[in-house]
Design a protein around this ligand. Structure first.
Ligand SMILES: C[S@@+](CC[C@H](N)C(=O)[O-])C[C@H]1O[C@@H](n2cnc3c(N)ncnc32)[C@H](O)[C@@H]1O
Length: 232
């Protein structure tokens, strides 16, 4: 697991962060999902963070949970449970009320098996809150295999036994294009110069994103946020 940034940076990125706008939108979408789907359940939940990294979004879920399990590869010392070979989790079936998976699906060697394992540990009608990339640069952690189209992501979620409740895109075409332009240039610069590029570019990305409707973003986006329910 890479420790490029702390969970706090991911949750509250500083203005000069080259992912500022995207991380802000991602947090907003996760907060929206919590408000819409979890806050009304009126019970304390068992939540698994599958591919937890440093569990950046744990503080957002904590008010609603009685147990929060961070699950990750054996090389992540911050995980409560380490994944067994072949991607299995050492948990019984139907244990967890919610599985969250933020920016993991593009990294797993077999997305179908990963989603089946998330499905297995969920209770009947348990919720999957998953985010993954549409367009993004190559970023192994420790591997990087996939990018999703909205249709491809819907298909694999439904084929693994989930009912899709929502799929929403973050950063529409032109905003995403500009993010890629920024990323194509920024890593050529020494770190102390990067804020001089990232601050104006993030502002431009923010403005460009306003030219897209949410419907357009739901088709073509930098990142997709999926809410799905385990079918009985
Ligand atoms: C980009 S990080 C995201 C971490 C965290 N969820 C977040 O939002 O910051 C990708 C994570 O996926 C984990 N990962 C990679 N392959 C995996 C697999 N086969 N099964 C579960 N997690 C995996 C990595 O160890 C890493 O923690």
């Amino acid at each position: 697991m890479k420790d490029r940034e702390t969970g706090i940076t991911r949750l509250n990125p500083p203005l000069w962060n080259s992912r500022y706008y995207y991380l802000w939108q991602l947090r907003k979408e996760i907060e929206r999902a919590i408000k819409k789907y979890l806050s009304c359940l009126g019970k304390k939940l068992r939540i698994a963070d599958f591919g937890c990294g440093n569990s950046p979004y744990k503080p957002l879920f904590e008010p609603f949970c009685k147990e929060y399990l961070g699950i990750d590869l054996p090389e992540n010392p911050k995980a409560t449970i380490h994944i067994l070979p072949e991607g299995k989790i050492n948990l019984l079936d139907n244990q967890m009320d919610v599985v969250i998976s933020t920016q993991v699906l593009e990294h797993v060697p077999n997305p179908h098996h990963y989603l089946l394992e998330a499905h297995r540990i969920l209770t009947a009608e348990g919720l999957l809150i998953l985010t993954t990339h549409g367009y993004w640069i190559y970023h192994p952690d420790p591997t990087d295999f996939w990018r999703w189209t909205s249709a491809g992501l819907k298909k694999i979620i439904q084929e693994t036994g989930f009912e899709l409740l929502e799929l929403r895109g973050i950063l529409g075409r032109s905003a995403m294009g500009m993010q890629l332009v920024q990323d194509g240039l920024i890593f050529k610069l020494p770190s102390f110069l990067r804020p001089f590029l990232s601050i104006p570019m993030q502002l431009l990305i923010f403005l460009l994103d306003k030219t897209h409707s949410q419907n357009a973003r739901n088709q073509d986006a930098c990142t997709f946020v999926v809410i799905a329910k385990k079918q009985k």
